[in-house]
Ligand binder design. Structure first.
Ligand code: ATR
Length: 274
């Protein structure tokens, strides 16, 4: 590239619906950095070629989304501890000498947004996670690292929840059968939905919140729609809720810091823009 702008990107397959370019361009404007954030559709068989192009063109780094979060590891020189624990990478930094380091900022993004939205969330109580995919893993690791006493996890396919608990639980995770998930509600200080249920075009998550304590916080990582049926029910019940958009913004802010060294966040202008 002949210009002196800062370049970063997000790679995925497909990629067209990504909100990340809007978020990062907002931060370029805010910080005064001359930058471009590209959304690039990269098929699995062109991953290596695309990384080589980013390197050759002096990119600061790139975000990685579905389906490349695990496959990318093969091409990296170094892995940050959280990315290693996750077994997945969502942010890559390209050093000036071309060295590639993988990070995972998803769990930190989730926790930062939680703390920012509900600063006094009941972290001395067990948390309940629904789902066992990559987002559930990020949530579980984030909460374990926050020293939550116990993380209960429930998933339609129980074996995936068991594997996740074994891999990241450090003896502080318990698997609850999907059919028994409501029995875990009363003990939970935090309930996190990481399944796709509640997303536009998907059925709502069936979870009766009647037995929840009055200080329970309900977090849904689904952000299309922003107010999912689960969050609407929680609100109607008088519970505090956290929506999924902030996690996306905060994991992006951590990537921006890694690439450009600038502190950015979920400021009021960005909230209005979203
Ligand atoms: P990600 O990595 O983005 O978190 P994923 O691996 O596709 O996504 O996980 C989606 C989650 O939603 C899984 O926990 C999935 O349950 P299974 O492991 O049993 O597939 C859950 N999920 C999707 N559709 C569901 C449904 N109709 N009922 C219950 N859980 C569902």
């Amino acid at each position: 590239m002949t210009d002196h702008a800062h370049h970063a990107a997000v790679i995925g397959w497909p990629i067209h619906q990504s909100l990340s370019p809007v978020i990062h361009h907002h931060w370029f404007e805010k910080t005064g950095l001359d930058g471009i954030y590209h959304a690039v559709a990269v098929a699995p068989d062109s991953l290596a070629a695309e990384i080589a192009r980013f390197r050759a063109e002096g990119y600061a780094g790139f975000n990685v989304t579905v389906p490349h979060k695990e496959a990318i590891i093969l091409y990296l020189d170094k892995l940050a501890p959280l990315a290693r624990q996750m077994g997945a990478v969502n942010t890559v930094k390209i050093e000036e000498d071309g060295t590639l380091t993988g990070f995972n900022t998803d769990g930190m993004g989730l926790i930062t947004h939680l703390k920012e939205t509900v600063s006094d969330w009941p972290k001395d109580k067990p948390a309940l996670i629904l789902g066992a995919g990559g987002a559930a893993r990020a949530a579980a690791l984030g909460l374990i690292n926050e020293n939550v006493p116990m993380v209960m996890i429930t998933n339609r396919t129980r074996a995936r929840a068991e594997t996740l608990a074994q891999e990241v639980g450090r003896g502080r995770m318990a698997v609850v059968d999907w059919d028994d998930r409501e029995t875990a509600v009363s003990a939970a200080g935090l309930i996190v939905n990481t399944t796709t249920l509640g997303m536009i075009g998907q059925p709502a998550l069936a979870l009766n919140l009647d037995s929840a304590a009055s200080d329970t916080v309900v977090y849904d990582i689904v952000y299309k729609p922003l107010l999912t049926p689960l969050l609407a029910r929680a609100k109607a019940r008088g519970l505090r809720v956290v929506d999924g958009l902030g996690m996306l913004v905060h994991q992006g802010a951590k990537a921006f810091k890694i690439w450009f060294g600038e502190d950015v966040g979920y400021d009021e202008d960005l909230k209005a823009l979203m």
